[in-house]
Design a protein around this ligand. Structure first.
Ligand code: BGP
Length: 471
């Protein structure tokens, strides 16, 4: 729909940018920090690890000054669980507590709202060793009590909280659960049990949030994007609806309604994936839903029907990091209408508007974009120039669609680009950059780590200063 009159962004719209602890901080074994599943992951010799990252741990004052110069209204970052509790439970590490106090105080001093992700992939390795981590029910209380500690310690200054980042990815990427071995089926089965525990832990944490009388909002940061039908053939349309369910909506239905929908339950039962559920679990989720939603959006996908055959029976999944094909359900295909990034992620700004509308219609929660951006091979030119016009154009087109979604009636609290500065990409090391600020290091050569403002920095500065009018 096109509009004659456009609503502008609210004057208190939160313009922001994001990072995550393990990708930005470095100092992986300093300051009393315990090991996380990320630190013990087998190293990929082709790409950089996370041990130094962007060295943010040693440079927060300098980095926050750059955030202030950019004009950020909000900065989304995650707390490394093992900086606070090196073993995931038990003894508190005061040095870690002090580090985040310094960061939060520096942000407040510059009038930047902190948006805190309680846990973003870097799960304590010790909890995996103690009882298997998220696949055990014991994980629920440890997460809740870690979150409660954060509320009590930082809640006087932090109003916006994200519970778990991209739970769906944690469930499907075995190393993020601390699982080893190569039994794909068993890992998936355990993944659904872990998923259930994470949902109960989220609801209990939201309950604690209310009981402590915390002001502000709380909810998960979900990876959610449209899955388009590859054609108007009804079988493809059905495949897209089913893919939306088993990729995204199953989780949102649990968080918001405490419900394994009938069709998702059938899907799980047919594959023998149904997790153990205790009495009261679903009621608890129903009673304590999120009060806001963080949305991570990079690309959309297109799917066609993938009928089960003798060769590909029900239960067959095409092996990839995230599901690309499921016999009897869907198969991801190239969308010929869209351009893609160098890593094949299809660029779909209108898909963002559709995503926000879909979420609004289904769950009616205020939302904040917690990640949106383009990974690229940025080039540092002489004179400290990075001409990232492709990034400007990607962000501009997506922000326009956020504005249109607001015109569609969606409640948006803010927009955080991924990422504030270059961080180590979750899957592709340092060669895939997302930031407004260039970090002068390569995959294996740390160089001088100096911070350099890219062209997109100056562009976003104007966007924020004009409250989204000057795009
Ligand atoms: C999301 C994660 C982020 C970030 C981003 C980009 O899944 O929440 O931590 O890494 O994806 O992904 P990548 O770095 O793999 O390109």
């Amino acid at each position: 729909m096109e509009y004659k009159a456009y609503t502008s962004f609210d004057p208190d719209f939160l313009w922001g940018a994001s990072t995550a602890s393990f990708q930005v901080e470095g100092a992986a074994e300093e300051g009393g920090k315990g090991l996380s599943v990320i630190d013990v992951m087998p190293k990929n010799p082709a790409i950089t690890d996370f041990s130094v990252a962007a060295d943010h741990y040693h440079r927060i004052e300098e980095d926050v000054a750059l955030m202030a110069e950019l004009g950020l209204k909000v900065y989304r970052f995650s707390i490394a669980w093992t900086r606070i509790f090196p073993d995931g439970n038990g003894e508190v590490n005061e040095e870690g507590v002090a580090f985040y106090n310094r960061l939060i105080n520096a942000l407040i001093k510059h009038h930047i709202e902190p948006l805190v992700t309680i846990y973003h992939f870097d799960y304590p390795q010790s909890l995996v060793e103690q009882y298997g981590g998220w696949i055990s029910r014991e994980s629920i209380e440890d997460y809740r009590s870690y979150a409660a500690f954060l509320f009590k310690t930082y809640g006087d200054r932090v109003k916006y909280w994200l519970t778990i980042n991209e739970q769906d990815h944690v469930v499907r990427i075995p190393s993020r659960l601390g699982l080893t071995g190569d039994d794909h089926y068993e890992q998936l089965r355990l993944g659904y049990q872990a998923n259930h525990h994470m949902c109960v832990a989220t609801a209990l944490t939201i309950k604690t949030f209310h009981e402590l009388g915390m002001k502000g909002k709380i909810g998960p940061a979900v990876s959610y994007s449209m899955v388009h039908p590859a054609s108007s053939h009804p079988d493809d349309v059905l495949a897209s609806k089913d893919a939306m369910l088993i990729k995204h909506n199953y989780l949102m239905d649990l968080h918001c309604y405490g419900e394994y929908s009938y069709s998702f339950q059938s899907y799980l039962e047919e594959r023998d994936f149904m997790p153990a559920i205790e009495d009261g679990d679903l009621e608890l989720m129903k009673q304590y839903p999120p009060t806001m939603l963080g949305v991570n959006y990079y690309f959309s996908e297109a799917v066609r029907a993938f009928p089960a055959t003798e060769e590909f029976p029900i239960g067959y999944q095409k092996k990839s990091l995230l599901p690309e094909a499921e016999a009897g359900v869907f198969e991801v295909v190239k969308n010929e209408n869209l351009a893609a990034t160098d890593w094949g992620w299809e660029i779909d700004p209108v898909g963002l508007r559709l995503t926000l509308r879909e979420l609004h219609e289904r769950y009616k929660l205020p939302m904040i974009i917690t990640e949106n951006g383009i990974g690229a091979y940025d080039k540092l030119e002489e004179g400290d120039i990075v001409r990232d016009d492709y990034r400007i154009s990607y962000l501009r087109e997506h922000i326009k669609q956020v504005k249109l979604a607001i015109n569609d009636g969606v409640t948006m609290l803010g927009y955080c680009a991924w990422s504030f500065m270059d961080v180590v990409s979750g899957r592709n090391g340092m060669e895939k950059r997302y930031g407004f600020v260039y970090i002068n290091r390569a995959d294996f050569d740390l160089k001088d780590m100096r911070r350099i403002k890219k062209d997109s920095f100056h562009w976003y500065q104007k966007v924020i200063a004009s409250n989204g009018e000057d795009l």
